[in-house]
Every structure is written in structure tokens, then in C-alpha cells.
Design a protein. Structure first.
Length: 236
């Protein structure tokens, strides 16, 4: 993907989100989004890309449509992120004022692996604005079993990611903005501000637990303690 800031050096965050929405709508056609994702929900990630706050994108491919094997030859910028997924149970069509209000709209919590594809023409100069304009590199994701928020606390989880048996990442629920519900609230309100409506069944990914890991050819397993495991196979 080209860098939007190289095409328009005066690009603002508002215009970057406008570009994102136009591109996403053209890709969706008459379909609705699968869900929405937050990125840069840690201070380290924001610092890396020169961001002052998290970023938001649109999920276009359902979890069950993610191929069982991903090819690096087709996804040259593939990365792995362990995350928490929240499933929307009640329509959201206006900004929410509190996490308590948000919780009433969520009917499921699940482990997730996100598989963004950061395949850019000039990755050394990649900025937050470029990432926003290109839909936060959304490609694929997988989720495990959803349980009610009454049964599963999204902050009370640890995850260990191994690839061919080698530990490559460790994270915990509070890695996303210090509180999963605050991260989800930020995401929901940002998406509403962009003009989307959030529908029942759509998924919210709240940001990486631990670090984003560059993919390599391997069988990778994310172990979410008593939440279960998710795996993905990556080939050259």
C-alpha cells in the first residue's frame, strides 16, 4: 500500500478517517462490517508510530472466513496480535457515556488473534495517519468461544504466544489502555463519530495484549489460560 502522507503531506487525522471510510464502503458494497478494531492502545505502540491516541479500523472478513493456512507470499506484511474480542448484543447508534452503559451492549467476551497485514511501499516512514487511511492494515482475525461478561472478565486474562514452540509474546488484559472496557468505549465512540452504526453480532477487537509480532513461517499457538487456545499456521 502507498503512504497517504507521501501523496498528501497536509493530511489530517479527520481526512485520514474520511479516506478510510470511503475505501471501506467501496470494498463492502451492500454488505455491513464484520466489526471494528482498535490499534495503538499502548503508549509504546503510539510512540512507535507518532500517534497521540489509539486508532480505529473496520473488520471486513469474518473470523470463520480466515483461511486455515496463511501464505507470507500473499501477505508480505503479516503480523500477529493476541487480543480480546467483544461481541455486540444490542445496537449502538450514538455515543456512550460510560463503561457501565457499554457493558449493557456487550453479550460475549472471547480470546482472539488478529492478523493485520502491514504491507507498505515505504515502511520506514510509516505514520499513524498512513495506517488510519489504509484501514489500520485490517486483514484477518480468529476468535474462540464467547462467554457473557457476567462469566468472563476481559481484564482478567493472560496470554502466551508461541511459534513452533518458541515464546514470542506475553500479554495481559490490561495492556489495552489499562482497562479493556475503556479501550472498547474509546473504540465505540470513535466509530460512532465516523458515522457508522454498530449492530448486534459485530465484533470489537480492543488492541494488542503485549506486542505485535512479525509473522514467520511457523505454527503459532496463543494460550489464553482458562479461556482456551487459538492457533494459526503460516507458510512461506
Amino acid at each position: 500500500m502507498p503512504l497517504a502522507t507521501r501523496i498528501d503531506e497536509t493530511l489530517t487525522i479527520e481526512r485520514a478517517y474520511s479516506i478510510q471510510k470511503k475505501v471501506v464502503q467501496s470494498m463492502l458494497g451492500d454488505r455491513t462490517p464484520v466489526g471494528f478494531k482498535a490499534g495503538f492502545t499502548s503508549s509504546a505502540a503510539q510512540s512507535r508510530f507518532g500517534a497521540d491516541e489509539p486508532v480505529a479500523g473496520v473488520l471486513l472478513t469474518a473470523a470463520h472466513q480466515t483461511p486455515p493456512v496463511l501464505q507470507l507470499s500473499a501477505l508480505r506484511g503479516l503480523h500477529l496480535e493476541t487480543e480480546v474480542a467483544m461481541r455486540v448484543g444490542k445496537r449502538i447508534d450514538s455515543r456512550l457515556t460510560s463503561t457501565a452503559t457499554l457493558i449493557a451492549h456487550i453479550d460475549g467476551i472471547a480470546p482472539a488473534i488478529e492478523l493485520p497485514n502491514l504491507d507498505y511501499a515505504d515502511p520506514q516512514h510509516l505514520s499513524a495517519l498512513d495506517i488510519i487511511a489504509t484501514n489500520v492494515a485490517a486483514a484477518y482475525f480468529r476468535t474462540g468461544t464467547f462467554l457473557s461478561p457476567r462469566e468472563r472478565d476481559p481484564n482478567d486474562v493472560t496470554v502466551r504466544l508461541t511459534c513452533d514452540g518458541e515464546e514470542v509474546n506475553v500479554g495481559s488484559g490490561r495492556d489495552a489502555m489499562g482497562d479493556q472496557w475503556q479501550a472498547a468505549l474509546w473504540l465505540v465512540n470513535t466509530i460512532i463519530d465516523m458515522g457508522w452504526t454498530i449492530e448486534p453480532g459485530q465484533v470489537l477487537l480492543t488492541g494488542a495484549l503485549g506486542n505485535m509480532v512479525k509473522a514467520r513461517a511457523a505454527h503459532c499457538v496463543a494460550s489464553f489460560a482458562n479461556w482456551g487456545e487459538l492457533s494459526v499456521t503460516i507458510e512461506p
